[in-house]
Design a protein around this ligand. Structure first.
Ligand SMILES: Nc1nc2c(ncn2[C@@H]2O[C@H](COP(=O)(O)OP(=O)(O)OP(=O)(O)O)[C@@H](O)[C@H]2O)c(=O)[nH]1
Length: 237
């Protein structure tokens, strides 16, 4: 039987708690939005297959669980419960840890190492979440594979009246790091497909699966999200 996809890309979303990582993933994978806030504990990953440059790309997307985030930002590890939650991640990110904190570094490094693309998310209404992007960049440098594709997203752009972070500030930061930047809204779906597809396309181009033309820069007209949307549950396995 023919394979349902040509490439599998694993993506990771990171950023402060509450910036909208889970909602972005749900919007992308299921075209849905739920305003009920439940902080990510024990995570689902989502899958959606898109078509880019004639290739079917299966995107597997995970948010970083709270415990991993805390450790990556150098804070104390929150609790045993959160450790258990954090190790319930999917496929390559799946670990069982009976020893506790001492092995946590290995786990967090593995989150990053498994990812081919990392999406850094801040909330345009929360200045602190934008300032922390620098810390997230640092943790990518320390933990991720060299050359991992990165993308910066300013989420909640539907909340213009409460905006604290100007687009120009983020544009500048993205330029300094040589990465793309979008303002998105998981609520209105503004730029969500565009952002994920642009990252997938950059990974595809980097991996050599590209046609020539357009100077290697993505063109939004080349991006064709397919209808296939899917969900998978992670388990403590
Ligand atoms: N107005 C608006 N609210 C949003 C948007 N995205 C997320 N939210 C809200 O922001 C809150 C946090 O969203 P989550 O997706 O759970 O945030 P998260 O980054 O996954 O949070 P953690 O799991 O704690 O890391 C929820 O109340 C969402 O409804 C958006 O684009 N616009």
């Amino acid at each position: 039987m023919a394979k349902a996809y040509d490439h599998l890309f694993k993506l990771l979303l990171i950023g402060d708690s509450g910036v909208g990582k889970t909602c972005l993933i749900i919007r992308f994978a299921e075209d849905n939005f739920n305003s009920t806030y439940i902080s990510t504990i024990g995570i689902d990953f989502k899958i959606r297959t898109v078509e880019i440059e004639g290739k079917r790309i299966k995107l597997q997307v995970c948010p970083t669980p709270s415990a991993a985030k805390a450790k990556l930002l150098g804070k104390d590890f929150p609790s045993r419960l959160e450790l258990l939650a954090s190790i319930s991640l999917c496929e390559n990110f799946c670990f069982r840890d009976t020893a506790g904190q001492e092995r946590f570094k290995t786990i967090t490094t593995a989150y990053y190492r498994g990812a081919m693309g990392i999406i850094l998310v801040y909330d345009i209404t929360d200045e602190k979440s934008f300032e922390n992007i620098q810390n997230w960049m640092k943790s990518i440098k320390e933990n991720a594979s060299a050359g991992v594709e990165r993308l910066l997203l300013g989420n909640k752009c539907d909340m213009e009246a409460k905006r604290k972070v100007q687009k120009e500030q983020a544009d500048k930061l993205a330029r300094e790091h040589g990465i793309r930047f979008f303002e998105t809204s998981a609520k209105s779906s503004m730029n969500v497909d565009e952002a994920f597809n642009s990252l997938a396309r950059d990974i595809l181009l980097k991996s050599g699966g590209r046609r020539s033309g357009n100077n290697g820069k993505p063109s939004s007209t080349d991006l064709k999200p397919s209808d296939k949307k899917n969900t998978n549950k992670c388990s403590l396995g």
